[in-house]
Design a protein around this ligand. Structure first.
Ligand code: ATP
Ligand code: MG
Length: 273
């Protein structure tokens, strides 16, 4: 067994179907996980197995609801997918690139270029305008972007989420839904392939949640892969796939044929009175 394990870990080429050419790119997974485990060492000889041998593929334009009770491993999985943390064992490819083979800086570049993050509490910088918040990820780009080009791209991203007229507002002068839309614009400004959203609607009312989902559905139609952590089962009909984690394992992985339109559901609710 040890020899088999040693041999397989020495083979670093990606699975055969992942060929980085323009034709296969359409069908190859954007993300592939093979037997990914994550063990946290909490000190004193106590370790927590947050993920246990997870194997999964995600395809371009796929929308996924990631569910499971508190502590089941959802955020741990999102942190690994977002290259913010590394697995304890297993293999992980992002766009046919084996992430664990990369240096820390290369991982940061990959993350910055291909992944957008959205969090439950928006994580906006309170002392800067909506526009400056959206410009932020471009500051970390290795290839320098001129101030004018950054501004233009940030304004385009704000326009995309319907907030061009709020560009100069600080977050505390925006509603919760508007703050989340600024966070979405910030996540989109580097034109990522994958959007990772950890409970993005957790702090929003149902109308605003549907507005956010409708926006996600537009992006998914354009080929973005969206993985969304939620505790709200009523959001699942608007996403193609539901993954349920339990104790760090996949309990269920199901796909639906027909996905509901969040824009229509939102329109049916009418305006708040
Ligand atoms: N940095 C850490 N150090 C030690 N243990 C951790 C760490 N982060 C998470 N854990 C543990 O790993 C397990 C999975 O945690 P995780 O945050 O992924 O759960 P979750 O599904 O996102 O839960 P929630 O719905 O409450 O956000 C939990 O038992 C948690 O206590
Ligand atoms: Mg979590």
């Amino acid at each position: 067994m040890a020899i088999v394990a040693a041999l397989s870990s020495a083979v670093s080429k990606p699975p055969s179907e992942i060929v980085p050419n323009a034709i296969n790119q359409k069908v190859a997974p954007v993300i592939r996980l093979e037997e990914i485990s994550k063990v946290y060492d909490t000190g004193g000889g106590i370790s927590v197995h947050a993920l246990r041998e997870i194997s999964l593929d995600f395809r371009a334009g796929e929308s996924v609801a990631l569910m499971g009770s508190s502590g089941s491993g959802k955020s741990t999985l999102m942190n690994l997918l977002g290259c913010l943390d590394r697995p304890s064992s297993g293999k992980f490819w992002l766009d046919a690139i084996e992430v664990d083979k990369l240096s820390r800086d290369q991982r940061a570049d990959l993350r910055n270029a291909r992944i957008g993050f959205i969090f439950q509490n928006f994580n906006l910088l309170s002392r800067t305008s909506a526009l400056e918040n959206v410009e932020m990820p471009m500051l970390y780009h290795r290839a320098s972007i001129s101030a004018g080009a950054m501004r233009k791209r940030a304004l385009e991203a704000l326009d995309r989420v319907g907030l061009a007229d709020r560009a100069s507002h600080h977050p505390n002068a925006l509603s919760g839904g508007q703050q989340q839309r600024v966070a979405i614009a910030r996540a989109l400004v580097n034109q990522p392939r994958i959007l990772l959203a950890d409970e993005p609607t957790g702090n929003l009312d149902s109308r605003t949640s549907l507005d956010v989902l409708a926006l996600f559905q537009e992006l998914i139609n354009d080929g973005l892969t969206v993985i969304l952590v939620t505790h709200e089962p009523e959001l699942c009909p608007f996403l193609q796939r539901t993954l349920i984690l339990k104790d760090g394992r996949i309990l269920r992985d199901s796909r639906r044929d027909k996905v509901g339109s969040a824009a229509e559901a939102r329109a049916a609710l009418g305006e708040d009175v």
